[in-house]
Unconditional design. Structure first.
Length: 356
């Protein structure tokens, strides 16, 4: 099929018998053009199949009204919800969002960022991949005069001039572990998480801090690193089982990790939460369908995505003053059927949910 020729402003001007400048002003709603002429130009533009050439417009305009977004995964409740909030907030502010997905690959991430810069986006919002260690690409973007904002995940090395919108990972982990301690657990493990990424590092720091503050030992062999997926939870649970003496309670670094832990526990003939209990960081729209229903550290994904875009727009529009913003979103502990102790489980309705 032959590709249709792109209709230009000159084509419309020739058809209506006006100047190119007149067509441009009419399509932008400029008051210099009468409503009668503007209506005719819009009618002809529609008949010819005209669509604005954003790339050409960007060459002459200081702003493109486009934001670039790079995330590690898309088939994921957390990122899906964050992206939805980003899209809605950007749209409400007359901005388009160009989404790219790194698939947890640093090279893909770098190429996506180069593409977004070439498209002349006004700012780039990034949640870095688990492989990301080199920050030169982000420094290059800043040298190009384009704002960079990290959402949820950020590189370990600093990127001067960048901004962040993060979850209180450390505080959330403390809440989860203190809940376990409050119902009598003393043998506590952590499964999942990459300590090279800020969310993995800070969740582990919170885990260790809570144990130390309550006089409990930090057993290093009960801190099982890996990643943030279901397979990491499965492997972690199997590794704990191979050690011999199992912990009483597991703090799972993510909701998918918790699913892997539960699956492995079933294979091993262990009952959750009776034989081994669990609370995870993060949740899913499917969390209520899991048995037992998982208690979790809830992140406000809608607020995270919306605040990221609002912060980026504030930076773009603030030509004077600071070009950095650093925002931390608090978490809530949502208690369901796990992590509440045997007495509490016996006394509560299975459908009852309690937020701390």
């Amino acid at each position: 099929m032959k590709r249709k020729t792109h209709i230009t402003l000159d084509d419309i001007a020739k058809k209506v018998k006006v100047s190119r400048v007149t067509v441009s002003k009419a399509l932008r709603g400029h008051p210099d053009i009468s409503e009668k002429t503007a209506k005719l130009i819009r009618k002809v533009a529609a008949e010819l199949g005209y669509s604005p050439n954003f790339i050409a417009r960007n060459l002459s305009a200081r702003r493109s009204n486009m934001l670039g977004v790079v995330i590690p995964k898309i088939a994921h409740f957390f990122f899906g919800s964050v992206i939805e909030a980003m899209y809605n907030t950007a749209f409400d502010n007359k901005y388009e969002t160009i989404l790219t997905v790194s698939q947890e690959n640093a090279e893909r991430e770098r190429k996506h960022i180069q593409t977004l810069v070439s498209m002349r986006v006004d700012g780039i919002i990034v949640s870095v991949s688990q492989q990301t260690t080199d920050v030169e690409i982000f420094k290059w973007v800043r040298k190009m005069g384009i704002p960079v904002l990290f959402v949820d995940r950020m590189p370990e090395l600093p990127v001067p001039g960048s901004s962040t919108v993060l979850v209180d990972d450390r505080g959330g982990a403390i809440k989860a572990v203190e809940q376990a301690i409050s119902v009598g657990y003393q043998k506590i493990a952590m499964v999942g998480g990459n300590p090279q990424i800020n969310i993995g590092k800070n969740r582990q720091l919170g885990f260790e801090e809570a144990l130390t503050q309550h006089g409990l030992p930090v057993t290093q062999e009960w801190i099982i690193h890996g990643g943030f997926g279901k397979e990491d939870g499965y492997r972690g649970m199997m590794q704990l089982h191979q050690l011999g003496a199992l912990p009483e309670f597991i703090f799972a670094a993510t909701y998918p990790v918790a699913l892997g832990v539960i699956e492995a526990a079933k294979v091993l003939g262990l009952r959750v939460p009776d034989d081994i209990d669990i609370i995870c960081f993060g949740e899913s729209d499917m969390i209520d369908f899991i048995q037992p229903s998982l208690s979790c550290v809830a992140q406000n994904t809608q607020e995270l995505g919306a605040r990221a875009v609002k912060a980026m727009l504030e930076i773009i529009q603030n030509t004077e003053g600071s070009s950095e913003l650093h925002i931390v979103i608090p978490t809530q502990l949502v208690l369901r059927e796990t992590g509440i102790g045997k007495r509490s489980r016996a006394a509560r309705s299975p459908q009852l949910e309690h937020t701390v």
